[in-house]
Design a protein around this ligand. Structure first.
Ligand code: G4P
Length: 534
């Protein structure tokens, strides 16, 4: 368990003002719209509509491929930095498609908080639940935005109850909606004792704020019809009695989530949420590493790679490694040590992501995300330091849930296929296994769509048509134990053994029964469905 920010003495202001977070939601709840409004208020884009292209691209398969080809968009949208008041926000995108849950998991290792968006009519949906559980594993603080309040939505207490029950987290209302659906007028801002009114006429207009002295302020009646005002007073009173009070420490511990009600498309409630992230959200947090934890205010720079993405130009096999700075003040041109290979690395052209533009980073601080273009040296899980042999821990790799044989359309080009597959393995886009017996490759992914994306990228980037065919195996487990025991096991089960892209031994099977048998017959070995990235 990490020490949370309350244990860190005051951080230097440049670090303390940083808020690095991701948005999690079920598809269609409004993540793209909310992101866009964040960027709008952060001054990173001038008008709504610039991010939307991406949200739509994701929806259909062919468009998704197009987006992959046009990777410029997704690269720059993977991390976005912008200022909001005194704060610097680093918003890290999580892939929306459920097929990419592993990528999402790793992304969540690079942030200090998550904003959970739910649809006011639908409440907690399956994907939200899954992503929430991932956040929970890391005790990430979560701020909740209940979106689409301009539409017919559920009863406010019902929504809050559902979150408390399904997700087992305390919920405190940061705001309270006034009216629902067509009658939705705005919110009473509980944290600041303010009335916020929505402007339905202009979607990009920031809501009107009316300052109040408590719920009994006579100014309330100037804006809210008498019956709705009565309901509001009753509900807020009840909420204050029944629901937990706002408590910043509980938010930082991940046991309480404040909820804001709003309508992203109408720009309503978004600013209050952003204020919440800034004022109450976590500062850059300590990072788990071996042999010691890294504190954000250490003078020396450390960072780790949580994502690798092929570069925009498919003809150049360059990649961008996304690095989360865990400590220090980075300046362009710095020489860092690539801990895995112990080699120095001059970071001369790092990229900071400002909305849809990529900008050369001159400097970055703990908490920031930067892109480092490279030719394949940087892999997921790698640590960069100013010399110390630290290794960031807790970045997992999951056993794939789908396995297929991959063959080159032209057998003469099998070597190129090897190279292509290794690239994707290093990017984290697939697992590649070389069976001990026979030739060829078995490729493992988490979601079926990834096979199609891989096939299209191998053809596009390597000019190599490939076929994916069903494999006799359905599960892969890493084998751990002393070398001699692992070797003896491998020799006795050659037909099931393979090496993964890091040359680690893997047991392939199609039966859970097989896994149980191995665990019973080989008590000195363990089979695991995850391994930590090197
Ligand atoms: P996602 O990234 O989570 O998948 O959601 P996205 O923002 O793309 O929003 C999904 C749909 O919900 C979009 O409608 C969007 O306009 C709509 N939406 C987002 N916020 C609100 C809101 O506050 N109120 C209402 N009523 N709708 C909202 P769409 O029809 O799929 O796309 P579009 O044609 O509107 O662009």
């Amino acid at each position: 368990m990490l020490d949370r920010s309350d244990n860190i003495p005051a951080l230097p202001p440049q670090i303390a003002r940083r808020r690095t977070f991701a948005i999690i939601s079920h598809p269609d709840a409004g993540k793209t719209t909310l992101t866009e409004k964040f960027l709008l208020y952060g001054g990173a884009i001038q008008m709504a509509g610039q991010v939307r292209a991406k949200g739509e691209a994701r929806r259909t398969r062919s468009d998704f491929m197009q987006m992959e080809k046009d990777r410029g968009i997704s690269v720059s949208a993977s991390a976005m930095s912008f200022d909001f008041g005194e704060y610097r926000f680093n918003l890290v995108d999580t892939p929306g498609h459920s097929d990419f849950s592993e990528d999402t998991y790793r992304t969540l290792t690079a942030v200090d908080a998550a904003v959970m968006v739910i649809d006011g009519a639908k409440g907690v949906e399956s994907q939200t639940q899954k992503l929430f559980e991932v956040c929970r594993l890391r005790d990430l603080p979560i701020l909740t935005f209940c979106n689409k309040m301009d539409r017919e939505s559920r009863d406010t207490f019902e929504i809050i109850d559902e979150i408390q029950e399904n997700l087992a987290i305390d919920v405190t209302p940061a705001s309270w909606p006034i009216g629902r659906g067509r009658d939705f007028l705005g919110c009473y801002d509980i944290l600041n004792d303010r009335l916020e009114l929505m402007d339905r006429a202009d979607r990009n207009k920031v809501a009107e704020t009316v300052r109040l002295e408590g719920l009994d302020d006579p100014k309330m009646a100037e804006h809210i019809p008498a019956d709705m005002l009565e309901t509001l007073r009753e509900e807020v009173e009840m909420a204050r009695e029944l629901l937990p009070k706002f408590d910043q420490q509980a938010l930082l511990d991940g046991t309480l989530t404040p909820i804001w009600f709003g309508s992203a498309i109408n720009s309503f409630g978004v600013k209050e949420l952003m204020d919440g992230i800034g004022n109450f959200g976590p500062q850059p947090q300590p990072q788990r590493a071996e042999p010691r934890q890294i504190m954000p205010d250490e003078n020396k720079v450390t960072g780790f790679v949580f994502k690798v993405q092929a570069n925009m130009d498919p003809k150049h096999r360059d990649r961008v490694a996304f690095v989360r700075l865990a400590s220090g003040h980075f300046k362009r041109g710095m020489k860092l040590t690539h801990v895995r290979t112990k080699k120095p690395m001059a970071v001369s052209n790092p990229v900071l992501f400002l909305a849809s533009d990529r900008e050369l980073a001159e400097e970055a601080w703990a908490g920031d995300i930067m892109g480092i273009p490279n030719h394949g040296q940087l892999r997921i899980g790698d640590t960069l330091t100013e010399g110390e042999a630290l290794k960031v821990s807790g970045i997992p790799s999951f056993a794939p849930e789908l396995l297929q044989n991959c063959r080159a359309g032209d057998p003469m080009k099998a070597k190129h296929l090897d190279k292509a597959l290794m690239q994707f393995a290093e990017e984290g886009a697939a697992k590649v296994f070389r069976p001990m017996i026979g030739s060829g490759f078995i490729v493992g992914v988490v979601g079926a769509l990834q096979f199609e994306v891989l096939a299209s990228r191998i053809e596009l980037e390597y000019g190599l048509p490939v076929r994916f065919e069903p494999s006799q195996f359905t599960s892969a487990r890493w084998v751990h134990g002393s070398q001699d025991k692992v070797d003896a096991f491998a020799n006795a089960n050659k037909g099931h053994m393979a090496l993964d892209n890091d040359d680690d031994m893997v047991f392939l099977t199609r039966l859970q029964w097989d896994i149980d048998r191995v665990e019973r017959d080989y008590p000195d070995l363990t089979l695991s469905a995850t391994k930590e990235m090197m």
